[in-house]
Each structure stands twice: as structure tokens, then as C-alpha cells.
Design a protein around this ligand. Sequence first.
Ligand code: XMP
Ligand code: MG
Length: 183
Amino acid sequence: MRATEIQADLSEILVTEEQILAKLDELALRVADDYAGKDLILVGVLKGAVMVMADFARALPFHAPMDWMAVSSYGASTKSSGVVQIRKDLDTDLNGKHVLIVEDIIDSGLTLSWLLENFESRGAESIEVLALLRKPEAAKVVIDCKYVGFDIPTDFVVGYGLDFDERYRNLRDVAVLAPHVYS
Ligand code: XMP
Ligand code: MG
């Protein structure tokens, strides 16, 4: 797909790469403060959180181990089913660890609420969430997310790791996907 064709699939740039990187720097400072002297592990949710993890982890002033979990996602649809399936489990034992879940977006919140319960049952010492994006008006369950990048409207968004049917993940900015693409 050519750049001009991709542009035609987007109705609006919501958050630019520059804004994202500045925000992740800010969040990394807060996280560094909050976890000073603690055993922190970053858990990314594949695949959407790959870009957030890459930039956030590099903004942190210390190293923290990274692990990844893959859960069932939207596939080719734009609505959350609430049915979560583990596709790839963690390699790390969370028992006694301070876990920071790194997410691309909280939409309905169903996936995260399931993940939070799952991680609690593994005996983590603490669990917090960092999400680059959040859609407050789409919430079906309340998620206590300590580190939020940007609150956005309910439109389906792509870019910076977020995909529609595996496309648009590599866009540097976050943009609203034009309805003609999925309707
Ligand atoms: P929920 O609704 O459970 O969201 O909070 C679960 C996962 O769905 C993906 N998601 C999106 N992906 N554009 C995307 O490309 C969106 O607007 C969007 N909303 C949700 C995302 O992976 C999230 O973690
Ligand atoms: Mg995700």
C-alpha cells in the first residue's frame, strides 16, 4: 500500500508521534519515581503495545525486565467481544513482583479487567496499568489505570501499534480510521 492510499483511509490524526514520545517521557519520570528501589517488571500485551513498550522502556532511566502476553483481540472486527483467550502466556513467575502492565489502549476495559484478575491470582506484589490511550466513553468496566497517556473519543483508531486487520500498525501517529474502511 502506498502512503497516499493509507492517507485516504484515515479521517484525522489524533495524536502525533512527537506528542506520544513527550508523553511517554513524562510517564517514565513518574514511574521511575514511584518504583525507585523496587523490583519492577514490565508486561506488554501483544501485539498492540509493542511500540508503546519500545519507547516507554527506553524513556525509563533504569532497566526493568520485559515480558509479553498475547491475548485474543478483535481480529478483523472493531468491537471487543469480552471473551479473552491466552494465545501466549508469560515466561516469568509474577509471584512477589511489582507488575506494570503496558497497554496500547483501554476501550471497553474488558480485556484489562480480565488480565488484572488473572495477574492477581498469580501472586504479584502490586499491579498497575500504563495505557497510552483510553476511551472514557466506551468503558464497560471501570479500570484503575494509574498512568494514562491520552483520553480520546470512541472512534476506532489505528497507528503506533494499533491495527485494523493487521494493517496500519507501523504508522507513527495515532489516527482515526475512516469508516469506509471497515463498513
Ligand atoms: P477492550 O475493549 O477490551 O480492548 O478495552 C481490547 C483491545 O482491543 C484493541 N482495541 C483497538 N485496536 N483500535 C485498534 O486498533 C482501536 O480503536 C481499539 N480499541 C481497542 C486493543 O488491542 C485493546 O488492547
Ligand atoms: Mg492491546
